[in-house]
Design a protein around this ligand. Structure first.
Ligand SMILES: [Zn+2]
Length: 215
């Protein structure tokens, strides 16, 4: 859901760090974060979530555990950086900002779904063979954002946000998924559908050869 805030008419960075996250939005962060971890779509300290309001972005803190999100783990930053609290936010903040700038998304989820990430090292795109994946996702692009580049690098932000103009979810090769949605629940749906489709695809394709292909 998109939550409207009383500070929407203020300048982008005014009040950052002093506004309260409303309980409905916090509950969505906590519940979706827990579901991502319990479903095995992120490891203990990986992944990040964000929600856009009309004026700002709420995003998980760098180093936070998505399975145990507290109020202190959700940081408010401007929709355009840099800002005073950027260093406390997820290292993928630049990618989240680029996605909001390029799409009409209300929420973004970055996760490390194991089967999807594995297939991203083997294929340039995924074509779901199950009905849910086919209907929910369609073709899933894999973008080579480079494993050596720092998280949130401009190259990643550009490639990922461009792909999300046309698609609900995209894979960064050897890294993980970025999903957009009107709400965190919608972005979670795409993320969990992608992992289920990747599970089916992996077992249909069979065990790939030894070694990890060039990144
Ligand atoms: Zn990541």
């Amino acid at each position: 859901m998109l939550i409207s805030h009383a500070f929407d008419d203020k300048s982008p960075n005014e009040g950052l760090g002093r506004n309260m996250l409303d309980e409905a939005t916090f509950s969505a962060f906590r519940d979706i974060g827990r579901d991502l971890f319990l479903r095995g779509l992120v490891s203990s300290h990986a992944g990040n979530l964000s929600v856009r309001t009309r004026a700002t972005i709420w995003i998980t803190r760098t180093g936070s555990m998505l399975g145990r999100i507290t109020h202190e783990d959700v940081i408010e930053v401007g929709q355009v950086g840099p800002g005073p609290l950027d260093s406390r936010a997820s290292s993928e903040l630049a990618v989240h900002r680029a996605i909001y700038g390029a799409t009409g998304a209300g929420a973004v989820i970055h996760a490390h779904p194991p089967y999807a990430t594995l297939l991203s090292m083997l294929q340039n795109e995924l074509l779901p063979v199950d009905l849910e994946g086919y209907r929910v996702l369609g073709r899933v692009l894999v973008k080579n954002t480079g494993k050596a580049k720092a998280a949130g690098a401009p190259e990643s932000a550009g490639a990922v946000s461009e792909a999300l103009k046309e698609h609900r979810i995209v894979l960064a090769k050897g890294h993980g998924s970025f999903a957009r949605g009107e709400t965190l629940e919608a972005a979670y749906m795409a993320t969990s559908s992608l992992e289920a489709s990747s599970f089916y695809l992996y077992h249909l394709l069979g065990q790939p050869g030894p070694g990890i292909p060039e990144q």
